[in-house]
Design a protein around this ligand. Structure first.
Ligand SMILES: NC(=O)c1ccc[n+]([C@@H]2O[C@H](COP(=O)([O-])OP(=O)(O)OC[C@H]3O[C@@H](n4cnc5c(N)ncnc54)[C@H](OP(=O)(O)O)[C@@H]3O)[C@@H](O)[C@H]2O)c1
Length: 273
């Protein structure tokens, strides 16, 4: 009698926005954990991309290719995003509907600390998208994170284009390393759905001006940092700390650590890593 050796083939995980800042890092962590990965992008796979993942060309706004992209996957890590309240919600709606028809995969939604407290249109879209996921009947996990270090660097690079004075907001931040958030998402994706996961926030709550000073030191520039009081309800909410999670300082990588790992710290590309 011959015995056939069974080899367990890991189930496939779809990463929407797998070409973006966070999504690329999630893909890498999943591959490192031995998962099979499918990347979703609106673009066709680049001819020189020989990475060990599958590729699904799909558009979550129009719906083109989405049914095929979600077919047969065990989980979907949703890292695609579109700015604007309706646009963000539309992408999630398309995904939820396709996932519901495609075998009920574990759906993971990446959100932001404070989407329920800061009246930015994009945040309102993210809050509505969270609710859509939670009411979808799909097994799901929602993870809120604070601002990525990359976002602060991009803001400071733009502010430092003025030669003498560098205007920065007069409130605090608690930035987090996108790689650490990606690692958490990857481990959540291979586990059981948890509903709302504990928030993932960076290691330090400091004034924007202190982070700006670190950016100037790392990029070897001198500017006078000018804290600016921005008007309106949205910035009042930021001043009150609505985007912070000081009891969830889970991230270990500080803004200075992050800057030390960026070859061209002055570069203004958000996606440059
Ligand atoms: N940035 C932060 O500080 C921060 C903090 C906490 C949470 N988050 C959340 O993390 C998530 C990822 O953010 P990110 O900064 O990594 O985004 P990003 O770099 O701007 O990437 C966006 C991705 O969305 C994809 N995409 C856009 N429109 C699409 C469409 N119609 N159909 C399919 N894919 C589409 C893009 O793929 P293609 O161009 O290849 O199609 C791209 O890969 C977002 O939900 C964001 O709210 C961000």
């Amino acid at each position: 009698m011959t015995t056939r050796k069974e080899t367990a083939v890991p189930e496939e995980i779809l990463v929407t926005g797998g070409t973006g800042l966070l999504g690329r890092l999630v893909v890498q962590h999943l591959l490192d954990e031995g998962a099979r990965v499918r990347v979703m992008s609106r673009r066709p796979r680049p001819a020189d991309d020989a990475s060990p993942y599958a590729w699904a060309t799909a558009d979550l706004r129009s719906g083109a290719g989405v049914a095929e992209a979600v077919a047969g996957v065990a989980a979907v890590v949703h890292c695609a995003t579109a700015f604007g309240r309706q646009a963000e919600l539309q992408l999630v709606r398309t995904l939820v509907e396709a996932a519901g028809r495609g075998g009920s995969p574990h759906l993971l939604y990446t959100s932001i600390v404070g989407v329920d407290r800061i009246p930015l249109p994009y945040y309102k879209g993210k809050l509505a998208a969270e609710q859509l996921v939670q009411q979808s009947g799909l097994p799901h996990t929602v993870l809120r994170a604070t601002q990525f270090h990359d976002l602060l660097r991009t803001v400071f690079a733009a502010a430092a284009t003025a030669p003498v004075v560098m205007p920065v907001p007069d409130f605090r931040f608690q930035p987090v390393d996108a790689g650490e958030v990606a690692a958490r998402l990857a481990s959540l994706a291979v586990g059981e759905p948890v509903g709302r996961a504990p928030d993932f926030a960076g290691p330090e709550v400091r004034q924007a001006g202190e982070f700006a000073a670190a950016y100037l030191r790392a990029s070897d520039r001198r500017r006078r940092i000018l804290p600016v009081r921005l008007p309106g309800r949205t910035f009042r909410a930021y001043r009150s700390g609505a985007h912070l999670a000081p009891d969830q300082t889970v991230g270990k990588v500080t803004f200075e650590d992050y800057l030390a790992g960026i070859p061209d710290v002055r570069g203004r590309s958000y996606r440059q890593r």
